[in-house]
Design a protein around this ligand. Structure first.
Ligand code: G3I
Ligand code: 9MR
Length: 576
């Protein structure tokens, strides 16, 4: 007995020694690839990291499943160091493998059970489901409406926040003598239940821009929402939910209120349990201009379906514009008694350019082109975000028919392509083949927006290298990243599962699929609220825990670009 255990102990020790001394100890988690998979024509690159950074694996094979037959073999390239993640890694390029099927990647020369990747597929519709799920998350964000079992499955819930008796906060400028007003509907912004005009602007703008490029992609009956079957594309039905709410936020003088929220954030409760008084808060230049830009887009997009609605969107856009011209510098700050999302932005130039561009495209009115005359309208101020909408003007101008001077339009198109070229150049030098970014709050949406820029560069040039770039950004979101996780909930073997989202936390029915996590954020702003980050490195500053609002919240302005990216790639990727 004694002798036996000594032998066992020795064997364990031997095994441990072998493992720890093995040249390249790796785990599934150290092979980072798109956990969903690839189109036959995608560039296919996996990243293999070894935190000790000592030695490279000798090579790799890709085997088909379930028969484990070798379908591809190759060598790794590297090592490449990346300071954002503190990693040294190698790249395994298997772009040559194009046959549809199910596969895994196996590193050669290692302990077998530790050297295999997650399974993935090669298929000509690999992003179809994630694109639809991403778009369907907007249904789950609907305010003042019940989610019905037929559409929401196990995430069905009662209506929350009727918003039919909202009170004007003094900061709205409409207080004295005013009774409660009605401002129902729309989408909850994120994991909270607030509704914010500024963030709504880029969100509906991105989705309508997608529709303008791909009008056939989310047709009627494609999303299983209550309006499916009404004869209008489902994507427009869903977007109209938020447009209708935004329209209630316009003041009589054309100005637009900033947000509709409680004074502070509620706890982790279901929408219907949140009975806190809601207020219309603030009024300012960014709200007016985001409203003007997106209503101008709605004016042209909805015209063929509902001209009365479309015309009144255009009127609303025009009066919001006039208000902003008269009030060009009214920033929003949270009043002292308000703690909800601020969406503070003190730079108005980008909003002016976006709004003027959309109004000009829709109306052709010279006053908008006159305004734009001495402005920079090129795509040279970085990828769009809620705070920086400058590039949205160039994206629309370069692809939607308009009367701007041909030379100017040419310069705008070239600037989109130049930005895409810059990002491609950065990708070549970077371990995960992603453009350089600052890992700030919502960083995943910055990547997705760069992917959108590349989609536009492809539309403009027809050069497939831009499509390849966009598709590698999709790979990043789906697992080829420094935390080895898919940031799209429920898509991928190791996928985001615990978002900062009040309904998901309170309902305990598991994660709703298709949400994009905010992603790595070196700011760690939530560490003051019981979130512990395992790494301080920017690209690894991500925790899949529900308390992490700074890295793991979800938001409408992040799901809009993820929808755009996956759906556009599904529409455009070569199928062979
Ligand atoms: O822009 C600067 C950048 O120049 C600088 O390098 C960097 C350094 O940390 O900071 C950047 O600013 C950050 C900004 O986001 C960038 O957009 C701020 O630090 C950061 O605090 C700020 O976070 C915002 C967050 O609200 C807190 O205000 C997010 O953008 C914004 O998406 C988020 O939005 C919230 C709403 O308020 C409420 N609803 C949920 C929603 C999503 O989390
Ligand atoms: O849930 C809130 C989230 O939507 C915001 O993005 C975030 C930053 O404004 O704040 C979250 O709410 C937290 C609050 O700021 C501080 N107390 C803990 C809250 C999370 O429950």
């Amino acid at each position: 007995m004694k002798r036996y255990s000594i032998i066992t102990a020795a064997a364990v020790l031997l095994t441990l020694t072998i493992t720890s001394n093995s040249v390249f100890a790796t785990t599934m988690e150290n092979i980072r690839l798109n956990q969903l998979g690839y189109y036959p024509g995608s560039r296919k690159v996996a990243v293999v990291v070894n935190e000790s950074g000592k030695a490279a694996p000798s090579g790799f094979i890709v085997v088909s499943l379930p028969d484990n037959k070798t379908a591809f073999s190759g060598k790794l390239s590297g090592p490449i160091e990346w300071k954002e993640s503190g990693e040294t890694g190698w790249r395994a390029d298997f772009s040559g493998l194009k046959a549809p099927g199910r596969y895994k990647l196996v590193l050669l020369g290692h302990v077998p059970h530790k050297s295999e990747s997650y399974p993935f597929v090669i298929s000509d519709s690999v992003f179809k489901e994630v694109a639809a799920a991403s778009m369907r998350t907007f249904y789950f964000q609907r305010c003042s409406a019940p989610l019905l079992q037929k559409f929401a499955g196990k995430w069905a819930r009662a209506a929350g926040h009727p918003d039919n008796a909202v009170i004007f906060h003094p900061s709205s400028g409409r207080w004295e003598g005013e009774g409660p007003v009605s401002s129902p509907g729309g989408w909850y912004d994120a994991g909270d239940f607030g509704k914010y005009v500024v963030n709504s602007g880029i969100t509906v703008g991105t989705l309508m821009a997608f529709y303008e490029l791909f009008p056939e992609y989310f047709p009627d009956k494609s999303l299983n929402i209550p309006e499916s079957g009404n004869g209008r594309p489902d994507i427009l039905d869903e977007v109209k939910v938020n447009l209708d709410w935004m329209r209630t936020m316009q003041d009589k003088d054309g100005g637009v209120f900033h947000k509709l929220t409680t004074l502070t954030f509620p706890g982790y409760i279901m929408p219907a349990e949140d009975k806190g008084q809601r207020f219309i808060i603030g009024k300012g230049t960014t709200a007016a201009l985001n409203f003007a830009a997106s209503m101008a887009m709605a004016g042209r997009v909805y015209m063929p379906f509902d001209s009365t609605f479309a015309k009144s969107c255009i009127d609303g856009a025009a009066s919001a514009w006039e208000w902003a011209v008269k009030n060009p510098n009214v920033p929003f700050r949270n009043p002292e008694d308000v703690r909800t999302g601020e969406y503070r932005d003190v730079e108005f130039g980008d909003e002016f350019v976006w709004a003027a561009a959309e109004l000009f495209i829709t109306t052709g009115d010279k006053k908008y082109s006159e305004f734009l005359k001495d402005k920079d309208i090129t795509y040279n101020k970085g990828e769009p975000s809620w705070q920086n909408v400058h590039g949205l003007a160039a994206l629309s101008l370069s692809t939607v028919k308009n009367k701007l001077d041909a030379k100017l339009l040419d310069a705008v198109r070239k600037s989109v392509v130049a930005a895409a070229d810059k990002w491609l150049g950065e990708m070549d030098k970077n371990l995960y083949r992603i453009p350089n970014t600052n890992f700030i709050w919502g960083s995943n949406s910055n990547f997705a927006n760069m992917g959108i820029g590349m989609i536009y560069a492809y539309q403009i040039t027809n050069d497939r290298k831009y499509l390849a770039g966009a598709s590698e950004i999709a790979d990043y979101l789906l697992g080829k990243n420094a935390v080895g996780m898919s940031f799209m909930s429920a898509f991928g073997t190791k996928a985001m599962a615990n978002p900062h989202h009040r309904q998901i936390v309170a309902q305990k029915a598991g994660v709703i699929p298709g949400f994009l996590a905010g992603g790595p954020n070196k700011g760690h702003q939530d560490s003051v609220h019981e979130v512990t980050y395992r790494s301080a490195l920017p690209a690894k500053s991500y925790e899949d825990v529900y308390k992490s609002y700074a890295s793991n919240e979800v938001a409408i302005n992040w799901n809009a670009p993820s929808t755009f990216l996956f759906a556009a790639l599904d529409a455009l990727m070569p199928k062979k």
